[in-house]
Design a binder for this molecule. Structure first.
Ligand SMILES: [Ca+2]
Length: 296
């Protein structure tokens, strides 16, 4: 535990140093963020209604390619606790370790959480001006996007120290790594394909459902030849062919929470594949629960 706290202080100090938070002395960075004024989840904090980029409008002119789309449902294997304070933006395993990115201003950061009960094991806060978004595992690092800050943090998976920062154009929403390339969503129907060493765009994919672009692609999970994706403000999880961008299956993720649980919960968001069992762990923003599931 002492080592964990040490990692935390080191990581937090580095983040503050890298973000130019002058005045935040080491003495002040001693414990997981003290939230004296919880950020209220309002329309403005979740407002992602950016204008549709020109290139997306052009997508509409693309000749529709009929694709057989499978409709799948969710079979729950186990329901587990998840922090209702976690505005989940990225969710991914590295072996049996589970990592989560949290959003909202003043609440953002990266955590390692216990997959059996959702308890936080390590926590690296972002500065108050940063809004955390998608997260993926790349070898022995984590990469965390920010929404409109235009930076992605590369974090040592053991020490939680920030070891590099990438700049990028546009918004950051979801991120996954297929073992060779990174795939990133930006709230439109477009996925940018990026070089993992430089973070530069090497290709683009337009996500199409029956020939129609799907907007607001959010959290991502690379599994084999497919990318699983949440769609903001829906209960759909899409299975997308990563080479064509075509949606091959739609998974209905509605009805997972009880009415009581849903009262303060935000949207479904967060897909983490469990390689060993070939199952998924899914959750949502401010959800008190996460679910190990099979799509069938
Ligand atoms: Ca994921």
């Amino acid at each position: 535990m002492v080592a964990r706290i040490g990692f935390y202080i080191l990581g937090a100090s580095l983040v503050f140093a890298m973000m130019g938070c002058a005045g935040a002395s080491d003495d002040e960075v001693v414990a997981p963020v003290v939230k004296t004024e919880p950020v209220e989840v309002t329309e403005s904090t979740q407002n992602k209604t950016a204008p549709v980029p020109e290139e997306i409008k052009e997508d509409i002119s693309v000749t529709p390619t009929p694709v057989e789309i499978e409709n799948l449902s969710i079979r729950i294997i186990e329901k587990r606790s998840h922090s209702k304070d976690a505005f989940s933006q990225g969710f991914e395993f590295s072996g049996d370790r589970l990592f989560e990115s949290r959003g909202l201003y003043g609440e953002s950061g990266v955590s390692e959480i216990d997959p059996s009960n959702g308890e936080v094991i390590q926590w690296l806060p972002l500065g108050d001006e940063f809004f955390g978004e998608g997260l993926t595992v790349l070898e022995d690092t984590l990469i965390q996007l920010t929404w409109i800050n235009g930076v992605a943090y590369v974090i040592d998976i053991e020490t939680f120290a920030v070891i590099n920062v990438f700049d990028y154009e546009g918004e950051g929403w979801g991120l996954c790594f297929d073992g060779e390339l990174l795939y990133m969503s930006d709230g439109s129907s477009r996925l940018t394909v990026r070089d993992p060493d430089s973070f530069l765009v090497v290709d683009e994919i337009s996500v199409m459902r029956n020939g129609v672009p799907v907007q607001a692609i959010n959290e991502l999970e690379c599994v084999g030849d497919d990318i699983y994706a949440n769609v903001w403000r829906t209960n759909d999880i899409l299975m997308i062919d990563r080479s064509s961008g075509n949606v091959g299956a739609v998974i209905d993720g509605s009805g997972l929470l009880t009415a009581e649980e849903a009262e303060f919960a935000d949207v479904l968001n967060g897909i983490a594949y469990i390689e060993e069992s070939e199952t998924f762990l899914i959750t949502g923003k401010l959800w008190p629960s996460m679910f190990e599931v099979i799509f069938e």
